[in-house]
Design a protein around this ligand. Sequence first.
Ligand SMILES: NC(=O)c1ccc[n+]([C@@H]2O[C@H](COP(=O)([O-])OP(=O)(O)OC[C@H]3O[C@@H](n4cnc5c(N)ncnc54)[C@H](O)[C@@H]3O)[C@@H](O)[C@H]2O)c1
Length: 407
Amino acid sequence: MTDLKICVIGLGNVGLDLAINFSKKFHTIGYDINKSLIEKIKNQKSKHLKISKNGVGLEVSCNHKLIVNCNVYIITVPSPVNKKKLPDLDNIIELTKLISKFIRIGNILIYESTFYPGLTEEIFIPIIERESKLKLNKDFYVGYSPERINIGKNKRLSNEIVKITSGSNKKASKIIDSLYKRIIKAGTYNVESIRIAEAVKILENCQRDLNIAFMNEITKFFNKLNLDTKKVIEAASTKWNFFQFYPGLVGGDCIAVDPYYLIFSAKKIKHDLPLVRLARETNEGMVDYIYKHITKAISNLKISALAFFGISYKENCKQINNSMYLRIIQKLEKNYKVDIYDHFVEKAQPESNFVRTMECANKKYDVIIIGSKHDEYKKMNFKKFLNKFGTIIDIHGISMYPKNKIL
Ligand SMILES: NC(=O)c1ccc[n+]([C@@H]2O[C@H](COP(=O)([O-])OP(=O)(O)OC[C@H]3O[C@@H](n4cnc5c(N)ncnc54)[C@H](O)[C@@H]3O)[C@@H](O)[C@H]2O)c1
């Protein structure tokens, strides 16, 4: 197994970490279509970017010619939804066609992108067989192994989380499992089919979406009763079997997207998932709910300057993809000029030039809104940025000024 050449395709949050882990044991190729990302990785001059004498190490490239002659192809590209919230598989289909041109007898193709149960077998395997003219389980093998990383403060690297593994037959499943065992410190959990592995990931994320939706629903009700949901949750958490979920603004490309894959897959067989649908509606509806509360709180104020602190979709991380805070800001911007601050985002993404640095916060605001629950905000003196009669709205009530808390 040591002479395997592994190709990881898509070097984003999931793929880069995975490629680095594989490169410690195998000759690994990291391929991504994003040229500037490849340059950035190369410029970091990581110690992994060297092929050692025994052939182990990482090469990264945006040239797909480099991916020929690999034995294992691992796909970690996004699995998004389109505007109608339907799975948008065009990119992965094209990529699968591309890899199908290169695969040879004995090769293994593993998908890590989030799918609904059945997707690999129904869509991708037929494409590979058609394009490569090779036969599954005779000439080549397929596997599915969902990525379960968590970003932000409770960040877990991919090798610290038990890896679910599966394959197109017993032989493939065993090889794929032993492959991941070489790099995953936490170990693996081999399941008997690709469909089970696909269902695991989507179950995990839908369960989370549903639990947060329930807390959002309860919070809206408790707000009407003038009850502080957080205090209720803290007290309820003293019971051993109470699950501690908090209300929140579900963004990003996983929990806010994956349930739509499940809804789509159910619709295909004319099955309804009302709870999953409603959870999505509830969580999506939080943008309007928060916006209404903000506008009500500031309606009587004379506002010439408004600042929004914290826009990453989740606390203590740099990602702003599908951030609900940005959607709230878009609405506010129809009536107000909004200055946006987020030290995580500003540091991480120079292209997000609409985000200001904290040092630039040298002006005073009539309204300050605190969005993402970044740890720094818990102790930050927001009042130094506030006009004498200004107001602070702390969406999650995490700061020292939780007066206008909404959730
Ligand atoms: N981000 C997470 O925390 C997380 C956790 C678990 C699972 N996932 C799943 O993993 C998958 C990848 O997520 P991510 O967060 O790493 O995405 P990402 O957007 O961070 O990275 C994806 C990378 O793939 C590249 N790419 C896109 N199309 C390509 C192509 N045709 N050929 C080569 N490269 C291509 C992009 O340039 C990008 O660098 C998704 O299905 C996601 O749902 C993500």
